[in-house]
Write a new protein. Structure first.
Length: 213
């Protein structure tokens, strides 16, 4: 594989604290108090607007307002309540040294994705960083991945692989004829990854390293 596409949340970084705090902050604006923030981990992965509508029954208008409140907290605090999974920097460095094209394809807004990679000192390994747009015109993983494929200039999709922790990553990869590796150290279960047809599954970052390198 020459082109290695990575998801961000739940694949490169453990973002739960920042995301759940940001969601809780947004819900508070609507008079909703969440005592157990771990119940908000279901917001990690899908587009936020979809999640506010699905999990809390918000109208599209209120979901958009909730996303604005979410970003208010996230851009100041939540973005840094995050950490890189142990073993990930070593994988990126080895792939980079082998002249692989490392590409980020995240449903997180591109501005935030770039800030996170830079904050943790791993931005240098990526030849391309693609995220969602703030206006939600590019928000679902298949839309993000399609744009990343286009911008990367790939001519042979069989030379590319997508790595992610949720079904959205696997399904988007398969939509464009790309193999997909599901990781279990994020937020998707083995049942979810198998049901979505993951070509390979890595339980740990060490297993991921062995698959890639």
């Amino acid at each position: 594989m020459e082109y290695i596409f990575f998801d961000l949340d739940g694949t490169l970084t453990e973002p739960a604290e920042g995301i759940t705090n940001s969601v809780a902050f947004a819900l508070e604006k609507f008079g909703i108090t969440v005592k157990d923030k771990s119940t908000l981990q279901k917001f990690i992965g899908p587009p936020l607007i979809d999640s506010f509508m699905e999990f809390y029954g918000f109208s599209r208008e209120n979901a958009e307002k909730a996303v604005a409140f979410y970003r208010e907290y996230y851009k100041e605090k939540g973005i840094f309540q995050n950490k890189v999974y142990e073993g990930i920097p070593a994988i990126l460095e080895t792939l980079f040294e082998k002249n692989k094209k490392i590409i980020l394809a995240s449903s997180k807004p591109q501005l935030f994705a770039e800030q996170i990679l830079k904050y943790f000192g791993i931005e240098k390994y990526f030849s391309l960083i693609v995220g969602a747009t703030m206006d939600e015109k590019r928000s679902h993983k298949d839309e993000v991945l399609a744009y990343a494929i286009e911008k990367s200039g790939i001519t042979d999709i069989s030379s590319a692989v997508m790595i992610g922790d949720r079904k959205f990553d696997i399904e988007a990869a398969h939509k464009y004829g790309m193999d997909a590796i599901g990781v279990l150290f994020g937020y998707g279960s083995i049942e979810e990854l198998k049901a979505s047809g993951a070509d390979f599954i890595a339980a740990t970052t060490n297993e991921l390293k062995n698959l890639l390198i």
